[in-house]
Design a protein around this ligand. Structure first.
Ligand SMILES: C[S@@+](CC[C@H](N)C(=O)[O-])C[C@H]1O[C@@H](n2cnc3c(N)ncnc32)[C@H](O)[C@@H]1O
Length: 204
């Protein structure tokens, strides 16, 4: 599936329970702790989506830049920042080609936003994040735990919200430990629940 087909209003609608305010508050707190952020820290939220983490980090006093490839999500992010009275620099762009050099104290890739590409392009994302960091800066990636994913693996799942339904189909390329290049986008969301646990474990 193309990115435009995956990240649209359905993503926000059906994932509401995974990215609601309570969850996002807790995740922003976790990000703050894991990265050891302090007011004034310069942070890049890579693939920031609709800004739920970026805006919360800004509310705590970080200087935040958010980059995403989906203009509609960036519009929501800007509106939410305005509503919260925080300033975040939102940039439309591709995580494989970043315009910054040695600028950020921390780069964040949250909610399984890393690993959408073939390996060479994923390495490119890492290299770009590296170049964007100041020496000594840190990159935090929340990503899949394949073993945990396999323990709860089902080939399909029906997601229902308020009488609306979405069929999730899951697949995984076990030898490579990744999803196939063209994964069913709903598989990513199952990962996200597992990843949150993994991140919490790391925090503890
Ligand atoms: C699962 S969402 C996560 C959003 C956000 N990190 C969060 O925690 O809510 C993944 C995001 O990656 C963005 N994205 C996908 N491909 C991208 C690319 N090549 N460059 C930048 N962003 C991309 C999508 O637009 C989407 O907002």
């Amino acid at each position: 599936m193309e990115r435009e087909e995956v990240f649209d209003e359905d993503y926000l609608y059906f994932d509401d329970r995974l990215i609601d305010d309570e969850t996002s508050d807790a995740e922003a707190e976790l990000v703050w702790e894991l990265l050891g952020l302090t007011p004034g820290s310069e942070v890049l939220d890579l693939a920031c989506g609709h800004g739920r983490i970026a805006n919360r980090l800004a509310s705590r006093g970080a200087r935040v830049t958010g980059l995403d490839a989906t203009p509609a999500f960036l519009e929501l992010a800007r509106a939410d920042a305005a509503a919260r009275g925080v300033e975040v620099e939102y940039v439309e762009g591709d995580m494989r080609e970043l315009p910054w050099s040695e600028r950020f104290d921390a780069v964040l890739s949250w909610f399984t936003s890393f690993g959408y590409f073939e390996d060479d392009e994923s390495r490119r994302v890492l290299a770009e994040a590296y170049d964007s960091l100041r020496p000594g800066g840190e990159l935090l990636i929340e990503n899949n735990n394949v073993a945990a994913l396999m323990r709860g693996f089902v080939p399909a799942h029906v997601n229902e919200r308020d009488g609306n339904f979405m069929l999730d189909r899951f697949s995984i390329d076990l030898p490579r430990g990744t999803h196939p290049h063209d994964p069913d986008h709903r598989a990513r969301r199952a990962d996200a629940q597992l990843l949150l646990r993994r991140a919490a474990l790391l925090a503890g």
